[in-house]
Design a protein around this ligand. Structure first.
Ligand SMILES: NC(=O)C1=CN([C@@H]2O[C@H](COP(=O)(O)OP(=O)(O)OC[C@H]3O[C@@H](n4cnc5c(N)ncnc54)[C@H](OP(=O)(O)O)[C@@H]3O)[C@@H](O)[C@H]2O)C=CC1
Length: 559
């Protein structure tokens, strides 16, 4: 019961929203399906292709609408605006304005599913176009040569070739965005995802003057109309005579229109409307990107760099114009390493008047870019060195931000449980330092901080910051911290003997049970930042321990 209640409480709105979106897609599909099934202008085409025509068009509409909407969750500036507009809404609802990446992924899956249906439908359409070729359907079936094969339709027509190209692009987008690819080779994911631009261009070409044709002259030739011996004009405006004995078109069996044919049916391409769906979101996305490009164009100087532990370096930047909130993150670019690469980092210290507008970031060497960056700001082989050995000049960096994060919400709860793994401590430190430096009034009364660290030097650094802040903030809130050391135990025992220190990983089950006992009838914000497996365990505990009175609201941040 607890797990299901917690799941509903934490994800209820997300699931409701997904359900609504699936319903919208279903309605779009069905309306398009019915339009092509019952529309008099498609009767001749429907005679050849059957329901596959309606399925292909319905799935195309679903692809269009999803391709349009999928860009919006990626408009960071627009989202920030939305987030600030939603300030008055309850916090459990507002966090969805930040977790839009999840909705972006969800839309991606819908596009894949709709694309699979669309491809299948068009394969059958191609078969039908080949098999149901009839000398009398000369205009509605464009593959007028009797020897047309599926191979010809797929590989020798614009819709066929663009369709294959789109399948390849979609596969690349899908495979490179799988979590294990993103985590191991982020650049592969990042660059390959730019292929969406090509996908959109190809999508617009795909339906242009395709083989699907609708009837243009319904008023003069109702399908199923009675042909007379009078002269009627064919689609090329030539005269056809002797219609009774020399039927040019097989009339579909539509009995409701008991009219006489005035003309032969004329057929024309079904207009491609993809651009109509895409133009507004693409425009919004371009504006968002442009704004970000302008915002990120200024180069900044690193004022200091120091080592936090063997693979984490702290850089300080003097930023006058950047307004940040504790818990947010920024993207960093270093042109001497790569002009194109931007990497996200949570801020450790937000620039304020009190600290002289100094922005601090911790950069952990965990990939090509971060390793090169660490070497540039700390050129020695051993990164552990004191401030006198600092390099004379640091590389210039550009900062893009701020970006909203669910870690911002900590000070909006009365009780917050903060769980950090390794460098994931950064957003929590930024809150503690901000609260300590600025003496601001917040909702928060209790902070339970659990920090799990493998590196002894990192542990020492975190401990001194946390001890200092908790001492300074002691008068306004209660901060209970526990630090878990998972590295070499012998080393640990010799150097620390404080009761808040533990060896080995924590038991989250016990932690949550204890908090639940002490914080009855409260809504508790749980914030996790660290390895994915740890976040998953904490999420599960949130669900299990949520009851009717005590609720755990889960928030996480990982890059
Ligand atoms: N500024 C930045 O760069 C930021 C990075 N992050 C995120 O933080 C993440 C972790 O950073 P990193 O320092 O590399 O972390 P580490 O891999 O070094 O792990 C940190 C600690 O977490 C423990 N741990 C791992 N899995 C579990 C688990 N399932 N349950 C309990 N404890 C666990 C580890 O224990 P053990 O030794 O036993 O494995 C270790 O003590 C990154 O993936 C990144 O996304 C977040 C915010 C900011």
């Amino acid at each position: 019961m607890g797990f299901k209640l917690g799941l509903c409480f934490n994800n209820g709105i997300k699931y409701i929203f997904r359900f609504i979106w699936c319903t919208v897609c279903g309605v779009v599909f069905w309306r398009t399906y019915v339009h092509y099934r019952d529309g008099p202008q498609y009767i001749y085409l429907h005679e050849i292709l059957g329901s596959w025509l309606c399925i292909a068009r319905g799935s195309a509409a679903v692809i269009n609408i999803n391709c349009a909407i999928i860009l919006l969750p990626m408009c960071q500036c627009l989202l920030r605006l939305l987030y600030y507009c939603a300030r008055k809404v309850n916090i459990n609802t507002r966090r969805y304005t930040i977790n839009t990446k999840v909705f972006h992924i969800f839309l991606g899956y819908i596009i894949l599913l709709a694309a699979a249906v669309h491809i299948t439908a068009h394969v059958f359409n191609a078969i039908n176009f080949c098999e149901k070729y009839h000398s009398k359907y000369t205009n509605v079936n464009p593959f007028s040569k009797e020897k047309t094969t599926i191979f010809n339709i797929v590989f020798a027509t614009i819709p066929g070739i663009t369709g294959i190209l789109m399948v390849f692009i979609l596969l690349i987008l899908f495979l490179t965005s799988l979590q294990f690819v993103r985590q191991r080779v982020f650049n592969v994911f990042w660059y390959s995802h730019r292929l969406f631009i090509l996908l959109y261009v190809v999508m617009m070409i795909h339906g242009y003057k395709g083989p699907l044709r609708k009837q243009l002259n319904i008023e003069y030739h109702r399908p199923g109309c009675i042909q007379t011996t009078d002269n009627i004009t064919d689609s090329q405006n030539s005269t056809i005579t002797g219609m009774v004995n020399n039927v040019t078109y097989i009339e579909p069996s539509v009995t409701s229109w008991n009219t006489t044919c005035i003309e032969a049916p004329k057929f024309g391409h079904i207009e491609c409307q993809t651009w109509l769906w895409l133009c507004v979101p693409v425009l919004l996305y371009c504006c968002d990107i442009l704004y970000r490009l302008v915002r990120r164009s200024t180069s900044l100087h690193i004022s200091t760099a120091k080592s936090i532990c063997k693979d984490i370096v702290e850089i300080s930047l003097n930023v006058d114009n950047l307004q940040l909130t504790a818990g947010q993150y920024v993207f960093i670019n270093c042109s001497t390493i790569s002009l194109l690469e931007w990497h996200p980092f949570s801020v450790v210290q937000v620039p304020t008047k009190t600290n002289g507008h100094i922005l601090k970031l911790w950069i952990k060497s965990a990939g090509d870019w971060t390793e090169q960056f660490t070497k540039k700001v700390m050129p020695q082989d051993s990164i552990l060195f004191n401030e006198e050995n600092l390099p004379v000049s640091y590389p210039e960096v550009k900062v893009d931000g701020p970006y909203c994060s669910s870690m911002e919400h900590i000070s909006q709860y009365k009780v917050a449980v903060c769980i950090a793994g390794g460098v994931g401590i950064t957003p929590f430190i930024s809150h503690l330092i901000y609260l300590e430096e600025n003496n601001v009034n917040t909702e928060i009364q209790y902070i339970y901080l659990h920090c799990i660290v493998r590196d002894k030097t990192l542990l020492d650094n975190i401990t001194s910051i946390v001890q200092h802040c908790s001492y300074k903030l002691g008068h306004s809130m209660r901060i209970k911290y526990d630090i878990y050391y998972t590295g070499d135990e012998k080393f640990y025992k010799h150097t620390t003997d404080v009761e808040s220190f533990h060896t080995g990983r924590p038991s989250f089950n016990k932690i949550f049970k204890d908090i639940r006992q002490h914080q009855r009838k409260n809504t508790i914000g749980v914030f996790v930042c660290g390895p994915t497996s740890m976040c998953d365990t904490v999420r599960r505990e949130c669900h299990i321990n949520t009851g009717f009175h005590t609720k755990f609201v889960f928030h996480k941040e990982t890059f």
